[in-house]
Design a protein around this ligand. Structure first.
Ligand code: NOJ
Length: 561
């Protein structure tokens, strides 16, 4: 007979290990915080560092091993903080370095480690180096820290090459000289306010070693490396043509035009030397939207050690797709003795509770563009599938990255008024893409307070009235709530996890995925539309709130054999 075992019945509650365990990251649960939308303590409508400190007990109760803080540095916010004006300070609107030190100390006290985001491909156009470059002559040392070139065409009126940017049609913007005449062009793979560094200039690698050291010395445990594959470019003349930006189609040879070039690995080898000077060594994870075959290079132990696997972000809720992604990524991680990562939501993608409510996940893009009018997602189905998928990835070997608010079952917000959209993608795509604000809406903490307890002021992005139903205080200690499911699952995982073993258990139903971990821990997910028999064993947790006799559609269970 099956019984639902309360996680409290397991071995006594395990505090996070604060020992110097150099492998702590391999199977860590990492919670991504988008600081400006987490919790505001000073009423300016922007979340702040003190706000995170105030919620340390919430993070501890969630049971996570680490937080990853998206950029909190001084920034004009042309791209949600991924345009950094000063890499070794805190945005005064978010607090101070003293607040950061307090946060890290409070997190460490409860055994939670800290990743910070490093943005090495580009700075903000407000960074002192870029301002100096603009104020200097073409060909000057100041300009050569970035990529400044004369334009093509008879009078330099055309961009130097046909390279596209992720946010704008062209990766080049023309400067204006102090006398008002038009000048050189500079390269930016993202927004014009994010000029790309020239990594061939010795000041640039040196600056980033200093930045990494600055944060590592402050006690930061790990780094998430933004567009890790873009640092090195082929700037040989004449420029090679690259009219279409398709990262996943980057050649597998390491000689692409400006993505995933072989020389980038020299940078990460030098970073690894620095990381290993610390005890325990500092860790890092590469953000590189490239094919898994190439991604593994970044994850090698003499480089960053781990790379994000984003394959589930583009997978349908489908047993076959999940199985392929899981098998492939476990194999790739094994190549260089890394561990895989698993991600269903982050600050760049529509929340998975919404995405899975559509017939096809790509429908979410049309829905966003229509401001939530059509096609309409089945939100109950989306949440059920999201919970099932989360429970599945939490049972896999490797580290799981969670995005703030997914533990509340939050949905993507589609109807942010267009005059309040912050994402540069909206304007730069000429309104063809709504952008990423819908997953960055401030969190609801308490159902009955102003701005659902996020801020005493006006939240920097508007919250929908429906967020109240998902508020943390509505779910706290409520059996079957999404928040409690996350808490229980993370706790059980931590109590069982020892090694990284994994094997599939074949099931005659192709809509079912079933696998085994160490010590008889099994996970089964029903991706189909009919109930199926539960696996044998003691039921540890289910993604549905009922304790079912059968495994319902869109449901995951963990059992102990
Ligand atoms: C990836 C980050 O996740 C995204 O938010 C940002 O816009 C780009 N890199 C540029 O930094």
């Amino acid at each position: 007979m099956q019984t639902m075992m309360n996680s409290q019945d397991h071995a006594s509650e395990i505090e996070h290990s604060s020992t110097l365990d150099s492998d702590w990251w391999r199977q860590a649960v990492v919670y991504q915080i988008y600081p400006r939308s987490f919790f505001d303590t000073d009423g300016d409508g922007l979340g702040d560092i003190k706000g995170i400190t105030q919620k340390v007990s919430y993070l501890k109760d969630l049971g996570i091993d680490a937080v990853w803080l998206s950029p909190f540095y001084p920034s004009p916010l042309a791209d949600g903080g991924y345009d950094v004006a000063n890499y070794t300070d805190v945005d005064p609107r978010l607090g101070s370095l003293a607040d950061f030190d307090e946060l890290i100390s409070e997190l460490h006290k409860v055994g939670i480690r800290v990743f910070v985001d490093i943005v090495p491909n580009h700075s903000s156009s407000e960074h002192p180096w870029f301002k100096q470059a603009l104020a200097s002559q073409p060909g000057s040392p100041e300009r050569s820290r970035y990529h400044f070139y004369d334009g093509s065409g008879e009078n330099g009126e055309l961009p130097p090459s046909d390279w596209p940017s992720f946010f704008a049609p062209s990766a080049w913007t023309r400067t204006q000289n102090s006398d008002g005449s038009l000048g050189q062009w500079y390269l930016h793979l993202f927004a014009p306010e994010q000029p790309d560094f020239n990594w061939e200039h010795p000041d640039v690698p040196e600056l980033f070693l200093q930045i990494l050291k600055f944060w590592a010395d402050r006690g930061v445990d790990g780094f998430r490396i933004d567009v890790a594959h873009a640092l090195k470019k082929d700037m040989s003349q004449p420029f090679r043509s690259y009219p279409v930006l398709r990262e996943m189609e980057t050649p597998l040879t390491g000689d692409g035009v400006f993505l995933d070039r072989n020389e980038v690995h020299e940078v990460y080898k030098s970073w690894r030397i620095l990381f290993n000077e610390y005890n325990p060594p500092r860790v890092a994870v590469a953000e590189a939207y490239i094919r898994p075959e190439r991604r593994v290079l970044y994850a090698s132990p003499d480089e960053l050690g781990q790379a994000f696997n984003f394959d589930l972000l583009s997978s349908e809720f489908d047993a076959g797709e999940f199985r392929t992604v899981i098998s492939k990524n476990l194999e790739f991680a094994a190549i260089n003795a890394s561990s895989s990562t698993w991600v269903l939501s982050n600050h760049d993608k529509p929340r998975h509770a919404t995405k899975y409510g559509f017939a096809k996940i790509a429908d979410a893009d049309d829905w966003l563009l229509s401001s939530g009018e059509s096609p309409v997602p089945d939100s109950a189905l989306g949440l059920a599938r999201a919970r099932a998928a989360t429970l599945l990835i939490l049972a896999l070997p490797g580290s799981t990255y969670l995005f703030q608010g997914e533990e509340l079952g939050l949905y993507e917000v589609a109807d942010i008024p267009v005059d309040q959209i912050q994402d540069p993608m909206w304007e730069r795509s000429h309104h063809a893409a709504k952008g990423r604000d819908g997953c960055r809406v401030p969190l609801p903490w308490s159902a009955n307070e102003k701005s659902f307890g996020f801020s005493s002021g006006t939240p920097h992005l508007p919250q929908p009235s429906g967020f109240g139903l998902f508020a943390a205080d509505k779910q706290d200690r409520v059996s079957g709530s999404t928040l409690e499911m996350y808490r229980n699952a993370i706790k059980i995982r931590k109590q069982i996890l020892v090694g990284e073993s994994f094997s599939w258990i074949e099931n005659p139903n192709s809509n079912v995925l079933h696998f085994q971990r160490e010590n008889g821990w099994q996970c089964m997910t029903n991706f189909g539309s009919d109930s199926v028999p539960l696996p044998e064993g003691t039921l540890l947790i289910a993604s549905t709130s009922e304790s079912p006799e059968m495994l319902l559609p869109n449901t995951t269970v963990w059992v102990q054999k």
